[in-house]
Design a protein around this ligand. Sequence first.
Ligand SMILES: Nc1ncnc2c1ncn2[C@@H]1O[C@H](COP(=O)(O)OP(=O)(O)O)[C@@H](O)[C@H]1O
Ligand SMILES: [Mg+2]
Length: 330
Amino acid sequence: MLAVGSNGAGKTNLLESLHVATQGFSPRTRSDAQLIRFGEAGALVAVTGEHRGSSVAVEVTLRPGEAKRARLNGASLRAAEELRTRLPTLVFTPDRLVIVKGGPAVRRAYFDRTLGRLFPSRAAMSADYASTLAQRNGALRRVAAGFSPRDALEPWTGRIAELGAALVSARSELVALLSPAFARAASALRLEDAELRYEGTAASPEELEARVEQDLARGSTGAGPHLHDIAIVAGERDLRSFGSQGEQRLAVLSLLLAEVDLLAERGSAPPLLLLDDVLSELDPERRAILAATIRRSGAQALLTATSAGALPVDPDVLIRVTPGQAVASA
Ligand SMILES: Nc1ncnc2c1ncn2[C@@H]1O[C@H](COP(=O)(O)OP(=O)(O)O)[C@@H](O)[C@H]1O
Ligand SMILES: [Mg+2]
């Protein structure tokens, strides 16, 4: 599907509402109040569609100062965010270039979410590690301030080493799986010799023990997967520093397409693809390749552009967006 309309018509709005309805949150903002139309007391997104051959109906209700509420096929969910474990959606917005351009923390967060999507049983690993890390850092500060004895650290050191090693090995496995699929997608989009590299090794309890004086002095744990990075490389160039804007865009798209491939390989239903402003900055050949790749993947996709001519092939559905209205024509 291609949604077209002039700047400010509401294309991003439409795409964002599909993200809210399938994932329970906005890809743009953590502030749900921003999603409610100015001057209104609340918002409702209701979506019906098809997933794994059966019909689904979702309703997400937002009111300022209240938790979002979501219903899936009539049943209330505990939290709207639970939708993300039920309905797979992958999103590209120009903001997502930060995955390539931004600091290591952005990439860690992105790949840890990818880990959760491809291996649902590993979805909590990163948060479990982070909360244990916060506990150990708290203990470090209490010991440094003289409120706790030194041996209060020991259980946290053992625990953080154990959770850290598990997270490093899960991430390494993810990168080993994702990197070839990423290289294939990138090469199709004419970004050659692309690769993902996990940078960092797990810290053993002995290593953590050996640097405890430093950790006490800085009040935080100075080794482990919370400091690691995943390099996004093409032809030996780290695209973070040496990629053009266009190459960074191709890399983010390739990550998405790689995930679509892997989800299919693992027998998951194809995700919904939401691609906002993806066509600008791509040359006509790459636009055609992208369109063909999406068709082949079997994923349902919504792309936005300012004019229908931006897509070199006819979409199955063309949606004309004007302020307050979206009209589809087959
Ligand atoms: N909470 C809101 N209530 C009403 N209008 C909003 C709200 N947030 C943004 N807008 C406006 O919606 C319009 C459409 O935005 P957008 O969907 O980003 O357009 P585009 O078609 O260029 O992607 C913009 O003019 C924006 O200012
Ligand atoms: Mg927009």
